[in-house]
Ligand binder design. Structure first.
Ligand code: GTP
Ligand code: SPV
Ligand code: MN
Length: 626
């Protein structure tokens, strides 16, 4: 079978476990050298961290329910009103542990140059010593859970497996939603599949008799990646990407290194299928920085008649060249860990419907009826709420009821417009790059070719959001939306993108576009309605793929002829439309200067193809200004 066919047609359901169910949490006694290796590793971690108990997770519903019930009893989860939000819970994190901590995230590669200037590098030997000290006894008084997980369908051709040990039950129940967990993965390990080792501790050991906190964590945080030995060690945080190690740590930072070595791409991208009014099907991947609209676009409800979108993934895509010269992509995750604020009927009705039940909410507000609320869920705030920290809240309060990075964790299968074959690989027709840019960047611009597209990707900048620590709103470079997630030297990553493109059939490589839903007028308001109306941009992109519409040349790439945009049913004033596509040579010359300064930080390692693109851009800008 050709590789492309095998991508599309693999069996994507977990097979039966290796043997009948084990007793609750028991260590599996499946035979084999690979299993011995796993058991020995778990023993070593337990000897270091000294938990009271070791629980091997089998991924069954009975086990999950028992652990959730215990978390409710212990005050770690609040059960929501089952009539309003069945099977759903609210978790409140410690106020100091609310987002990824990029400043405490490290790439411990043997050579500093392999981490590059955009990562925090640490010497692996020194870091190991440090981490061994921190993890010594760090799980005292707690249960250590062992979770075998698969990213991608168990046994799928693009899938990879790993094991996380963690002393956080919250991390455990999150990982069960976000990945495929359980004995089907042990079968893969037993059969000799390579697996990634990930170790997590909240860093809050309990002395005998000491009372626990609802959200234990440590002020000292270390999120450490060892790209050579394919390991992750995370200490001190229970939140999101710091604790669900299969997600950013493995599926992006470690997987990007594996992809570099194996010839594929691990990307911070949503994945969708777009179906046009003639039932023609296209697959798009889009890289936007954290909290910049991936989940929204992943769940797009087009406002233009005849178009449909099927959701495939909202955060990560693993992308591989097939033998057919195309790029094939999977969503390696099994759930959504999505931003709650700003998610409402008018902005993302699909998400609202997805969250009807079976959802874990973190750091949102609680209503007196036992349901959840966050800014943007409804136009008007309820008169009385309990805020994300557990305090009384009214609309007069000086702070939001939900934390700006509050999130929902829900199974992908629950999305009403999930693609029926969402666990399979699909061939990519277009790749989009975007960010939050109040100025300069047009609503949509098409790259002239792959290399120009990589140049655009390498230059993505975006206003900071609450998804990581730092000053919200400040403009920062976030190349390919991968700044916090690339596990190796970003200049080498640019080179890898160029190499992958060069290996594709020239007429089958995805076309590359830059989009920006966030441009503002001089009065500060968004110029573009966004959300469901982003389908109008998708419509133009697809018609470009079909060769149905032309484009006009600009110094920064190809822009739409304004009359080709389908604006039926919306009112965008002509001057706003022109402003949305305005390219100012002088501010773009400043962008080019910033690009040069950014490229310079790599000490000559940025591929010549990209520095040539920069010179060409400057030449085009200069001639358009004169
Ligand atoms: P991560 O999960 O952090 O990687 O983020 P994400 O990219 O999936 O972010 P998400 O889709 O959850 O978007 C976060 C915020 O962007 C929400 O507050 C949305 O309301 C806002 N947003 C999304 N799409 C649009 C749009 O088209 N226009 C405007 N103005 N805001 C948008
Ligand atoms: C992001 O910050 O891009 C996220 C959330 O998707 S977290 O998993 O916490 O990194
Ligand atoms: Mn993300």
């Amino acid at each position: 079978m050709a590789l492309a066919e095998s991508f599309a047609a693999h069996p994507n359901r977990a097979e039966a476990p290796l043997s009948p169910a084990r007793s609750f949490g028991a260590r599996p006694d499946y035979p084999g050298e690979a299993m011995d290796e796993l058991r020995t590793w778990v023993d070593e971690i337990a000897a270091l961290t000294q938990p009271d108990r070791v629980h091997w997770v089998d991924g069954s519903k009975a086990e999950h329910d028992a652990i959730v019930d215990q978390m409710v009893d212990e005050g770690r989860l609040i059960k929501l009103n089952p009539e309003l939000r069945p099977g759903s819970y609210l978790a409140r994190s410690h106020p100091s542990d609310v987002a990824r901590t990029e400043g405490r995230t490290f790439i411990a590669s043997e050579r500093e140059i392999d981490a590059g200037p955009t990562n925090n590098w640490a010497d692996p030997a020194e870091m190991r010593e440090k981490m061994t000290g921190l993890f010594a006894g760090s799980m005292r008084g707690r249960t250590m859970y062992v979770l075998p997980f698969s990213m991608g369908a168990v046994g799928g051709p693009l899938s990879k497996i790993g094991v996380q040990v963690t002393d956080s039950a919250y991390a455990l129940i999150s990982i069960e939603v976000m990945t495929r967990v359980g004995d089907a993965v042990l079968r893969e390990i037993a059969e000799g599949q390579p697996w990634v080792r990930t170790v997590h501790s909240v860093g809050a050991p309990l002395a005998p008799g000491q009372e626990d906190e609802a959200w234990p964590c440590n002020d000292d945080k270390y999120i450490v990646h060892y790209p050579e030995s394919l390991e992750v060690w995370s200490y001190g945080s229970g939140y999101g990407g710091n604790a669900i190690l299969a997600k950013k740590c493995f599926a992006l930072r470690i997987a990007s290194v594996i992809g570099r070595d194996e010839g594929w791409l691990a990307e911070h991208m949503l994945l969708i299928r777009v179906i046009d009014p003639n039932e023609k099907v296209y697959h798009l991947a889009a890289a936007f920085p954290s909290a910049c609209g991936k989940t929204n676009l992943a769940m797009l409800r087009p406002t233009i008649p005849g178009w449909r979108v099927e959701t495939m993934g909202d955060d990560i895509a693993w992308i591989r060249p097939g033998e057919d010269g195309r790029l094939w992509a999977i969503n390696p995750e099994a759930g959504f860990f999505g931003v709650a604020p700003g998610t409402g009927e008018s902005t993302n009705v699909t998400a609202v419907e997805t969250l009807w039940g079976n959802t874990v909410f973190t750091n949102v507000a609680l209503t007196p009826e036992g349901d959840v609320w966050w800014e943007g869920l409804t136009d008007e705030a309820p008169a009385h709420l309990t805020d994300w920290q557990g305090n009384d809240w009214t609309p007069e309060a000086d702070h939001p009821a939900a934390h700006p990075n509050s999130r929902f964790t829900v199974s992908a299968a629950q999305c009403p417009q999930i693609a029926p074959d969402w666990e399979d690989a699909v061939p990519l027709d277009a790749i989009l790059f975007g960010g939050r840019r109040a100025t300069n960047v047009p609503l949509v611009v098409e790259a002239t070719d792959w290399t120009h597209g990589v140049f655009i990707g390498s230059n993505i900048s975006s206003e900071r959001t609450a998804a990581a620590e730092g000053t919200v709103g400040e403009l920062r470079r976030d190349p390919f939306a991968m700044l916090p997630f690339c596990g190796y030297n970003m200049a080498d990553y640019f080179g890898h993108w160029l190499r992958v493109g060069a290996g594709l059939r020239f007429d089958r490589a995805p076309r590359i576009f830059q989009v920006n839903w966030f441009r503002r007028g001089s009065d500060g308001r968004f110029l573009w309605p966004g959300f469901g109306d982003n389908s109008r941009v998708i419509d133009w992109i697809v018609r470009r793929l079909q060769g149905e519409v032309g484009a006009r040349v600009s110094p920064i790439g190809r822009l739409p002829h304004l009359e080709d945009l389908n604006l039926d049913g919306i009112e965008v004033p002509q001057e706003d439309l022109e402003e949305l596509f305005h390219v100012d040579p002088s501010t773009w010359a400043q962008e080019a200067d910033l690009t040069e300064a950014f490229y310079d930080t790599f000490d000559g390692r940025v591929p010549t193809a990209l520095t040539s693109e920069l010179s060409a851009l400057r030449t085009r800008l200069a001639s358009s200004a004169s």
